[in-house]
Design a protein around this ligand. Sequence first.
Ligand SMILES: *[C@@H]1O[C@H](CO)[C@@H](O)[C@H](O)[C@H]1NC(C)=O
Ligand SMILES: *[C@@H]1O[C@H](CO)[C@@H](O)[C@H](O)[C@H]1NC(C)=O
Ligand SMILES: *[C@@H]1O[C@H](CO)[C@@H](O)[C@H](O)[C@H]1NC(C)=O
Ligand SMILES: *[C@@H]1O[C@H](CO)[C@@H](O)[C@H](O)[C@H]1NC(C)=O
Ligand SMILES: *[C@@H]1O[C@H](CO)[C@@H](O)[C@H](O)[C@H]1NC(C)=O
Ligand SMILES: *[C@@H]1O[C@H](CO)[C@@H](O)[C@H](O)[C@H]1NC(C)=O
Ligand SMILES: *[C@@H]1O[C@H](CO)[C@@H](O)[C@H](O)[C@H]1NC(C)=O
Ligand SMILES: *[C@@H]1O[C@H](CO)[C@@H](O)[C@H](O)[C@H]1NC(C)=O
Ligand SMILES: *[C@@H]1O[C@H](CO)[C@@H](O)[C@H](O)[C@H]1NC(C)=O
Ligand SMILES: *[C@@H]1O[C@H](CO)[C@@H](O)[C@H](O)[C@H]1NC(C)=O
Ligand SMILES: *[C@@H]1O[C@H](CO)[C@@H](O)[C@H](O)[C@H]1NC(C)=O
Ligand SMILES: *[C@@H]1O[C@H](CO)[C@@H](O)[C@H](O)[C@H]1NC(C)=O
Length: 722
Amino acid sequence: MFNFWGTATLFLLLQSVLVTARLVGIPTVPFTESGYGDFSLADVKSIVVDSKYASATDDRGQTLIPPTLEDFATTFASDLGAALHSKIKVSKGEKGSSDAIFLTIGDAGDYLDAAGQETSEGYSLSVSSSGITITGASPLGAWWGTRTILQQLVLSDGHLPYGSAVDSPGWGTRGMMLDGGRHFYPPEFLIEICSYMSFFKQNTFHVHLSDNLFNNANYTREESLELYARFRLWSDSPAVAGLNKHKNESYTREQFDQVQSECAARGVTIIPEIEAPGHALVIVQWKPELGLEPDLSLLNISQPETIPTMELIWGTFLPWFHTKTVSIGADEYTGPADDYNRFVNAMSGYIGATSGKYIRIWGTFPPKKNYTNIYHNVSVQHWEFFDDDPYYDYILNGYSVLNSDDAFYVVNKWSGSYPQSVNLTRTFHGSPYGGDELWYPYIFNMNNKTDNPSRSNPLVLGEVAALWNDYGANASVYSEAYYAWREGIPALADKQWGGNLMESEFWSTFSKLHPAIPAQNLDRAIASKSSTIVKYAISSGNGYGAKGKSAVKDVSGNGYDAKTSCSRGSEGGIEISPSCSFTTPLSSKGRNYTLTLSLKINKLEDPTNTVVLAGGDSSLMLTPNITLFASGNYYRLNSSLPLGKSLKLSIIGQGNQTFAAVSGALPIGDTSAKQEFITRMGINGDYYHYAPMAIEAPLKQIGGAGCGWSGELFGMTLSNEA
Ligand SMILES: *[C@@H]1O[C@H](CO)[C@@H](O)[C@H](O)[C@H]1NC(C)=O
Ligand SMILES: *[C@@H]1O[C@H](CO)[C@@H](O)[C@H](O)[C@H]1NC(C)=O
Ligand SMILES: *[C@@H]1O[C@H](CO)[C@@H](O)[C@H](O)[C@H]1NC(C)=O
Ligand SMILES: *[C@@H]1O[C@H](CO)[C@@H](O)[C@H](O)[C@H]1NC(C)=O
Ligand SMILES: *[C@@H]1O[C@H](CO)[C@@H](O)[C@H](O)[C@H]1NC(C)=O
Ligand SMILES: *[C@@H]1O[C@H](CO)[C@@H](O)[C@H](O)[C@H]1NC(C)=O
Ligand SMILES: *[C@@H]1O[C@H](CO)[C@@H](O)[C@H](O)[C@H]1NC(C)=O
Ligand SMILES: *[C@@H]1O[C@H](CO)[C@@H](O)[C@H](O)[C@H]1NC(C)=O
Ligand SMILES: *[C@@H]1O[C@H](CO)[C@@H](O)[C@H](O)[C@H]1NC(C)=O
Ligand SMILES: *[C@@H]1O[C@H](CO)[C@@H](O)[C@H](O)[C@H]1NC(C)=O
Ligand SMILES: *[C@@H]1O[C@H](CO)[C@@H](O)[C@H](O)[C@H]1NC(C)=O
Ligand SMILES: *[C@@H]1O[C@H](CO)[C@@H](O)[C@H](O)[C@H]1NC(C)=O
């Protein structure tokens, strides 16, 4: 008999068992305490790698450059050492000890995913007075176990309860997709994102490497051929000469290799995407005869040179990619259905034959006629129900499907239809069962239970959430993509893994974990004893000269002393010119900050192109308007600085906005005290939208070659308050 109260009680009981038998982390970790004490991680002196498996690698994941168990151990030792402020050594041995973490490999058959299939990413953890053992189903599994240790170090005040865990991911593809086609991102940024993702056990970073702005039907042919369209890989091969015209916003093979290997070192595989036959304007700009009239962003597949051209491109770049699966895009193609299917199969055949790699396509438009003719080893990345039904169209026809439903889409900065950061509510409440039921990757349709496969359907690959740069490169700086994902990555990562972190637990857990994420400083945070991060009080005599002629003391107490090759100016400051420089040990500061320069500018070498202060992520310039140059774009105010007057110029980063303020002299062309740096976004060639910019403070250098101004610097202060 069905008894409501009985069921409810049983449910509560199960819930409380569930809650106690886990470690709160992101993702959560199933854990059974043995109940006899805890292990202090501060006691760990070394990582011992099981000598039998030190050089073992895993060939079951997507990566073709899998690190060995010893490689992962070495990276872990450096992360743990940094967290404990001690040196952790790595050795090989047959067993651990009470002051060591022992890493070994077990039987993959012990670790099952949501479909009940073996997963090489599982691990188990055993914590006792005789030490900690992490047993991975593979080296990668052990790596995820090391993330659990690092997280618990922060969350449990350095003490792990004695007990054990057996943990494995529900889904094998867990991660994010970045539109690098309509906005360039430097290699270092991609690597930092991988570090960030890896801490939360995400393993996939899909990078969209070619695209174009919306090709408005009102554009003339000439306008289309000039529209922003990019291909981000740079090859010197004559075969593709002219395909990419922007070397400074591209990845060379060496750079792309470095991104892939640094990401792989932290368990993250880069899945590259070269998009065609839609969103392919960059290819048509290279070979206009391949365009499908009237929309030149589409390829004409009937053109006899189209498929050979795509084979030439893939043939050039396939050797660059260290993954078993690549994405050929194949999204939003409005040309003939038969052509589409023929194209996809031709690419699958060519890529399979030349590299052994599988291809992935976006699920696009109410499936093209005869779409089941598409080879069944092609996986489908679902993104919107108006374009496909992942379950009825694909899964029930035997295709593997990756969930990239636009419920988790972000369009950078502004959009008429999508949010600017990941919708966290949906990770915690996006189940069609409602209430506090959590979302998981098998849930494509959040509104209708019957439209989804079962949790254990093996054709669900996992989830990858996408960020698109629909409105191009000047809409945002690099880090704004990170801020759009800052909370979304951990919130999604828990569910992609199969964790059960609740919304009520998320914020406190995340805020403790965030400062501990290794190998990245995407926030551009700077350690400081007080809200004043650095203060060079040059003209007070307190700084300059205090440590010898070339040192400028930081009087904030943080010790960020600067150096200068310039001499003292006539008014007590430092005499700045292109032939000498003032350099700090700092580079960049992210949200929130106030940077104040006290200075007098006497002369500009080129009034339209002067760098006042250069930094790692931005430069403060006079063009002649006060300008921040960041991520390849210029953001100008409506005012400039008067020459020959002592003044204080402040740049203020406040949340997702950036301002400038001038005191001591009115800026030319402006009467208000504070002006905001904004972007004028072009919306589909139709109209403009104005939006804030969040630009990091430049902190590295004043003066020197390339600066172009002469005058005097009296002081510089940076605080972490806006
Ligand atoms: C596509 O190419 C074929 C072959 O060159 C040509 O006959 C056809 O007109 C082209 N179609 C469009 C729409 O451009
Ligand atoms: C996928 O299937 C097609 C058609 O059978 C084949 O040509 C291709 O090589 C296969 N790809 C892989 C990686 O096996
Ligand atoms: C669908 O495929 C069948 C057989 O593969 C073929 O005869 C037919 O012409 C195709 N129809 C369309 C509209 O593509
Ligand atoms: C900027 O921050 C404000 C306040 O937090 C928020 O309402 C707004 O959505 C943010 N804008 C973007 C583009 O993220
Ligand atoms: C986030 O998702 C919830 C639940 O689907 C929805 O009600 C809300 O409008 C979404 N928020 C945004 C900004 O899209
Ligand atoms: C859910 O999906 C089923 C099958 O497609 C359909 O019959 C039903 O009407 C849908 N229910 C809702 C509430 O949309
Ligand atoms: C790349 O070069 C172009 C042309 O000189 C320039 O406009 C752009 O700002 C540069 N991009 C970056 C990221 O510096
Ligand atoms: C500059 O002035 C123009 C005209 O008043 C205004 O539209 C624009 O938003 C201003 N730009 C900035 C950065 O304030
Ligand atoms: C520079 O500022 C002036 C006002 O001083 C304004 O008219 C002009 O449009 C600005 N230039 C740019 C490129 O923003
Ligand atoms: C920056 O300040 C905004 C308010 O303007 C606040 O919401 C945000 O949390 C602050 N960010 C940081 C990193 O302190
Ligand atoms: C920014 O780029 C868009 C195209 O995406 C263009 O329409 C717009 O004019 C640009 N903004 C400025 C200030 O140049
Ligand atoms: C094309 O121009 C017409 C007339 O100006 C306008 O009504 C229409 O919205 C434009 N189409 C697009 C796609 O912008």
